[in-house]
Write a protein that binds this ligand. Sequence first.
Ligand code: ADP
Ligand code: MG
Length: 260
Amino acid sequence: MIIISIANQKGGVGKTTTSINLATALAATGLCTLLIDLDPQGNASTGLGLTQADRENNSYKILLGEASVEESVVDTMVPKLQILPATVDLSGAEVELVDLEHRTHRLQMALKQADQAKWDVCLIDCPPSLGLLTINAMVASDMLLVPLQCEFFALEGLSQLLQTVDRIQQRFNPQLSIIGVALTMYDRRAKLTDQVADDVRACLGQLVFDTVIPRNVRLSEAPSHGVPALIYDHKCTGSEAYLKLAREVISRLPQEEMAA
Ligand code: ADP
Ligand code: MG
């Protein structure tokens, strides 16, 4: 199982939208996929139609060692896609973890105890901060996918994110790599977004995925119906973009792992 964190400490850049729809697209191409909701807001869980009753075991309990991954995952309406849900309890975790042993490695430890052969790929939807939750995600991950919103301050904050990645690589997880940066909420009618996209590509080069996620109202409507965009409207430009991104992501995965 390859583990990919969807991370950016900025809020509202498309982490959760990317987590839900990329996970759905990966599952649609036949990969057994696990989505871990690590944001106290639980938007990925809600967006996949989970009720509170579905979340009795959740990512908070995993971090505290009160439940195993296997007993916490829940099936979704998407074949081959399971989710490990989040509840608001997780909002206390940043503080509670500070006093626990191995506070940066709690998620990694839980995932190591799980039978990882059950899934091909795991995505982790991170909260909008670089606190202990995101650090747990990065420590547990093989790769990082960074959604970047096409707006004027897109690159602002990226150096802080890259610094954190650097620190994690040096202290905890030397294998951690960045699979790519995905430009989100692209609006081809707005000159500014074009310019931002060009700037980001000039700055980050090959790291940026060719696929660009357009601003598409279907992507923002789908979660209120508790379904991924690919089920809500599989023909909308947003769904098509996430299917394309999934193909690009697969092409960037370490091939020996995928063959195993
Ligand atoms: P994050 O998880 O980084 O905070 P979200 O994925 O929740 O960001 O997105 C923030 C808001 O923008 C949500 O209301 C979401 O529905 C909307 N949104 C995200 N991506 C798109 C898109 N490509 N087109 C239109 N709306 C989007
Ligand atoms: Mg989110």
